[in-house]
Design a protein around this ligand. Structure first.
Ligand code: 4NP
Length: 163
């Protein structure tokens, strides 16, 4: 099972999403069964950069080290490679689906509604915000990551992971 988290710049939300998923996957003992990466719809701004230092600090505060990640742009091929493309907001979903090869657009979903998280459909972009905004985004992201990993471990979305 391969998961890809997508936001705009791949320096704030999706690196935190990748970090939260990796932590929850390790906690569930699913290392090796679930692979995770992240990408941005607009990689040309930040490609090759590490995550925003505020995202690194926020993740670190929650026990996840995301400092080694490097930003990259979402590619059409990602739709062939990944089973699920978890998008942070509606613009990310639209931009991602516009890249999708025929028949594969439904692999991209809006992450929070897909995970059944209520209260917000989108993970707000904390880039122009402060520590509080990063913490708010992390809380939504980690809630979605927990549900996602629980679903995978129950084989609700994958036939390849043992219960
Ligand atoms: P992200 O946040 O999509 O969560 O990585 C952003 C990062 C950079 C910019 C916007 C959003 N930017 O305008 O440079």
């Amino acid at each position: 099972m391969k998961l890809l988290v997508v936001c705009l710049g791949n320096i704030c939300r999706s690196p935190m999403g990748e970090g939260a998923l990796r932590a929850r996957i390790a906690e569930a003992g699913l290392d090796g069964w679930v692979q995770v990466d992240s990408a941005g719809t607009s990689g040309h701004w930040h490609a090759g950069r590490g995550p925003d230092p505020r995202a690194v600090a926020c993740a670190h505060g929650h026990g996840a080290d995301i400092s080694g990640q490097r930003a990259r742009q979402l590619l059409a091929e990602d739709f062939e490679e990944y089973d699920l493309i978890l998008c942070a907001d509606g613009a990310n979903l639209r931009d991602a689906q516009a890249l999708a090869p025929a028949g594969l657009a439904t692999r991209a979903v809006l992450w929070l509604p897909w995970a059944g998280i209520t209260g917000s459909d989108v993970i707000p972009d904390p880039y122009y915000g402060d520590v509080k905004d990063f913490e708010h985004s992390w809380a939504l992201i980690d809630a979605a990551a927990q549900v996602t990993v629980r679903r995978l471990s129950r084989r609700e979305d994958s036939g390849i992971i043992p219960a």
